[in-house]
Design a protein around this ligand. Structure first.
Ligand code: SAM
Length: 303
């Protein structure tokens, strides 16, 4: 747990934070209404005692962790998705008919959820740069019955060279150091390093700028990570705000979910005051993994 020591200065209930990170996470699922009615699926899952999440009508915690073997999973009636992973689509103001870019989409947890909220209409471009992960994405789209999505394989940093000012919504669910996922897997401990965080921060800035250029004026972009590192969160958003006056941070409220404001400084670095409107999600607050979310509107043209 040493990798988390650096956050003692920004998390006032640090001991609770560490205690929560040590506890394993219960499995969370999303009911896929593209395939079946919620009530029907709940009846099929009754033996798993589904417990509703307070902040999402299709999200449930369940007992047991062998859900991947069940017929409901095989048929795409449910999607196993960590509770925080369900959050970005909830703040995208999704509705049928929109054009959405999911810049780092594989393996498709959020793409399939976005398709669900768009009722399989409009257009989703699900992009990722990894062939291997795109295979999983294609399988998941198929299993979930998604028909409004095309898959592309570009480096997300250059997608704005192909298409600008086009999408109503953009999701940049960025590759990150994944510090918030330790309750699911301890792998994060083996890959963690400050050099890696700095590398990811530069990559995330490139992805966010590209996603922002692809967004049309008036559209909404969500930037998300599953890490606590301010270099990958507030610094990245701060950079966008400095570079593009047309980027506006919007407040995030998800009823039933406790969030904490983005931080304004880290070590010797000071961030743009607006990042206080972005949110941090700590494991001790909602019994979830860790997460970060920013909602950004494009209010003008971008050169
Ligand atoms: C956090 S994961 C995305 C999870 C996905 N949004 C979901 O909900 O299932 C980050 C993804 O970014 C992809 N990625 C990494 N570098 C990229 C790049 N330069 N361009 C596009 N995608 C990239 C990785 O392959 C990985 O699938």
């Amino acid at each position: 747990m040493r990798i988390y020591h650096r956050y003692q200065t920004i998390i006032e209930d640090y001991n609770d934070f560490i205690d929560a990170l040590r506890r394993p996470l219960r499995t969370t699922i999303r009911i896929n209404t593209l395939k079946a009615k919620k009530e029907m699926v709940l009846n099929m899952l009754a033996d798993l005692e589904p417990e509703p999440l307070p902040y999402y009508e299709y999200g449930y915690r369940i007992e047991g962790d062998r859900i991947g073997n069940r017929v409901e999973h095989f048929l795409g009636l449910i999607y196993v998705q960590e509770a925080t992973s369900l959050l970005p689509p909830l703040i995208m103001d999704l509705k049928p008919g929109l054009k959405v870019l999911d810049l780092c989409a594989a393996p498709g947890s959020k793409t399939t959820q976005i398709a669900q909220h768009m009722e399989n209409t409009g257009l989703i471009v699900a992009n990722d740069n990894s062939w291997e992960r795109i295979r999983g994405l294609a399988n998941n789209l198929d299993r979930a019955g998604v028909v409004n999505t095309v898959i592309t394989r570009y480096d997300g940093k250059v997608i704005a060279k192909k298409i600008t000012d086009y999408f109503d919504r953009v999701l940049v669910d960025a590759p990150c150091s994944a510090e918030g996922t330790i309750r699911q897997s301890r792998m994060v401990l083996y890959h963690w390093g400050l050099k890696n965080i700095e590398r990811l921060s530069r990559l995330q800035i490139g992805l966010l700028i590209s996603g922002f250029k692809a967004l049309k004026k008036g559209g909404i972009l969500i930037y998300s990570t599953c890490t606590f590192a301010p270099e990958e969160n507030e610094r990245v958003v701060s950079y966008l705000l400095k570079r593009f006056p047309a980027a506006r941070i919007e407040p995030i409220r998800i009823s039933g979910l406790k969030t904490r404001p983005g931080i304004l400084s880290w070590q010797r670095e000071r961030f743009n005051d607006e990042v206080v409107k972005t949110v941090r999600i700590y494991p001790q607050d909602n019994d979830t993994g860790g997460f970060y979310l920013a909602r950004i509107r494009k209010v003008g043209d971008v050169a």
